[in-house]
Design a protein around this ligand. Sequence first.
Ligand code: HDD
Length: 757
Amino acid sequence: NPVTAVADKVAETVRDAVRPGNEIPGAPGPVPPPLDEPTEPSGPLPPKHDQRGPDTYGPTGQETGVPRKKVAQGGERLTTAQGARLYDTDHSLKAGSRGPVLLQDHHLREKITHFDHERIPERVVHARGAAAHGFFRGYGTASGISKAAFLVKDVETPVFVRFSTVLGSRGSADTVRDTRGFATKFYTAEGVFDLVGNNIPVFFVQDAIKFPDVIHAAKPHPDREIPQAQSAHDTFWDFVTLHTEATHHTLWNMSDRGIPRSYRMMEGFGVHTFRLENAEGAGTLVKFHWKPKLGVHSLVWEEAQITAGVDPDFHRRDLADAIESGAFPQWELGVQTFPDTDDQMFEGIDLLDPTKLVPEELAPIQPIGLMTLDANPSNYFAETEQVAFHVGHLVPGIDVTNDPLLQGRLFSYLDTQISRLGGPNFGQLPVNRTHAPVNDMLRDGMHQSAVHTGVAPYRPNSLDGGCPFLAGADTGAYIEVPVEVPASRKVREAPASFDDHFSQARLFWLSMTPTEREHIVAAYTFELNKCWEQTIKERALLVLANIDGELCEQVAAGLGLPAPGATVPLTEPQPSPALSQLGGRWPSDGRIIGIVTAGDQDLSGVRSVRQAVLDAGMVPLVIAPTGGKLDQDGEPVTVQRTFATARSTEFDAVLLAGAPAPGADASGARDAKVDDDLAAAAGIDPRVLLLITEAYRHGKALGAWADGADVLETAGIAPDAPGVVTTATDPAGVLEGVTELLAHHRAWDRFEPAVGR
Ligand code: HDD
C-alpha cells in the first residue's frame, strides 16, 4: 500500500533524525533533516469516506457509468494540463542557474496563467456558503396535488444543498446576523428542480425591481467598503425605514433566526407561493417548508460575535463535521396548501405578497418527503462554488405564480450565472448536470464541453430525422395554464393589499416568548446604536412604534431617545406559537460536548464519559492543559483541545472532570474577562474559568464531578443553578442530566427577561 509505505518512510526518517550523534552542537535538541519524498510514485488519493463528487452524468445528461468516486486526477506522475509528464516543477527554465528566465518556459507560463485565473467572480449575494450532497425520498403524500415524479412514494432523488449568508463576501464570518440561504438542487428523472429559499419565510421587498436597491443598501458602504457582512450600519437602516415593506423581514433578522446555531438547525422556506398541478390538470397553491429534525436553534448574540472571530468557519465546519461523523442532518419537506382561487388570497392574506406568511395554525404544514445530507463535497470550488441555482429550473407538476418578486428572480438567476460562470454552458458543469437526457437546440458558446452531432439544430427539420420531437402538452415541464388575465392597463404599481406593512410584523412579535422578545430588543438596540445618523434612529423608532409600543419603548431607552407613538392603528392578530423557537424537546445528535480535565486526575472517568458521549451520537472533545495524549494507565486518551485553543463557543455543553491548576502558558488569557487573581488564589487555570463563565452566560448546560465542582464554585456558579448538573462521583449521571438539558438547547431559565413579562 503506497500510503502506508509513505507513512513508514516518514516514521523512519524521524527516527533517524533523533538517533544519538545526529544532534547539532549547541542546538537545543536533535534537528530532523528535511523529509524525503517517497521514491515510489502512487496514484492520487480517492475522496475520503465522507466525501462525494457530483454524479457522473455527461454534459447532456447521459449516464456515463463512471464510478461515483472518480477523481479528476489520474496517473502516477505530475503532468501538464495536456498530460505531458514533467520532470521538474520547482525551477523556472533559465539561461544559467543565475541567469534570466526564458519566455520559452511554457510549463512556467501554463502554471502561472492558470493560477492567475483561478478565481471567478463571487456571487453578488450569498457569496459565502457551504454545501453537501444527499438524497430526497418522497412520501407520496403530494401525488394528489402534483404530478412531479420525484414526489412519488419512495422515489429517491439525489440532491445538492448550499447554505449561505446573504451579505458577506466569500471569506466573511459564518455567524454574523443575517438571513441564511437554503438552496436545494433536486436531480430528478424529469430534469433539475431548484428550490431556492431562505431560512426566513418573508422577504424585504415585494417587487424584484427593488432587489438591487435593498442589496446596495445592505452591502458595505461604497466609499470605504465597511462594514463587512452585517446590517448594523446607516445605509441598511436608511433603506428599511424608508421602505416599510421591509419591516417584517427586518424583524425576523433581528430575532434569533438571524443567528442560527447551525445550518442543521434551520428551517427553510420557499417564500413565494408556488402552483402545483396534478395529473388531472387541477392546480393547488402551496408554500414550501423545510423542517429540521434537530429543531430550530440559535446562538446568543455575544456567542455569535465571539465565534465570528474565534472560528469564522463555524457553520461550515459544523456541517462538514456532522456529516463526516455520520450524524446526517435531515429535513422534512412540507407544504401549506391553498385553493387556487382567482384572487389568490387565503384568510385575508395575499398569497402573492412575499412579505406575508400564512401562520401554520391557519394552514398546517403537510409533510411530503424527507431529505438526508450524507456526503461532503470532494472539492469546494468545483461543487459549492460552481453550483448554479435558478428558480426557473422547474419540473412538470411545479409552476410559478405572479408574485412580482418571483417573476424578476426568473430573469436574474440565469443572467447572473452567465457572468459568474463565464458563459451560457454552466449547466454542463458536473455539479449542475441534469440526470435527465438533454436534447436541446442550444449550441456552441464559451466552455462548450458537449460534442453535438447532426446538422440540424433547428426544428422542424427533415435532415436529423425531425429530431428532437416535442413533449405532449401534458408532459412538458412548464405549465402555461391558460388562466384568465383580467383586462388591464399597463401600470407600474402594486395592488392595494401590498400596502399593509405592519400587521404581520406585529403577529411575529406577539408570537415570541419573553426571552425571544428580549433578544429582539437587544438586537435592534445594538444595530441602531451602530448607526451614525440621528434621523435614521428616529425613523426606525417610528417603524417600531407601528409594530408594538413596548418594543419601541425598550429600544428607544437603549438609544437614549424618546419613544414616538404609532402612526397606524395596531392590529390584534391571533399569535402563532409555531413562530417561536422555544419549547419542545429535540434530539441531541451531533451536539459538541467539551470535557475539561486537568490531565492527571480521574482519567478513567474522562474515558468512560467520552465513550458515553460517542454512544449517544454526540461529539466529545477532551480539553487538557497541553496537547498530545493523556496516559496514566496504558489506555491513552487523545486531547483534542488545549486550554489555549478551546473557547466556550465551540461547545453545546461543558463537563468538568477536574480543577486544572494554571498552566505555564496561562498568561495569554490576561485580557479575558476573568479575575486572574481569583483564579490564582483558587489555583485554577484562568482559561478554564473563562470557558465556564462564558458557557454559563450563554445558557449552556454544565456538569461537574469530583474536583470539577471547585471550578464552578470559584466561578461563582451555584451547584444547583439552572442548567448545572453536579453529582459527587458519578460522571455517567452527570452526562445523563446534561443530555436531558440539551433536549431544550439551552438552560432558558438562566435568563431573566425584562421584556414582555
Ligand atoms: Fe436570490 C442567489 C434566495 C430574491 C437574485 N438567492 C440566491 C441564493 C439564495 C437566494 C439561497 C444563493 C444560491 C446559491 O447558493 O448559489 N433570493 C433568495 C430568496 C429570495 C431571493 C429566498 C426571495 C424570496 N434573489 C432575489 C431577487 C433577486 C435575486 C428578488 C433579483 C431580482 N439571488 C439572486 C442572484 C443570485 C441569488 C443575483 C446571486 C448568485 C446566484 O443568484 O446564483 O441571481
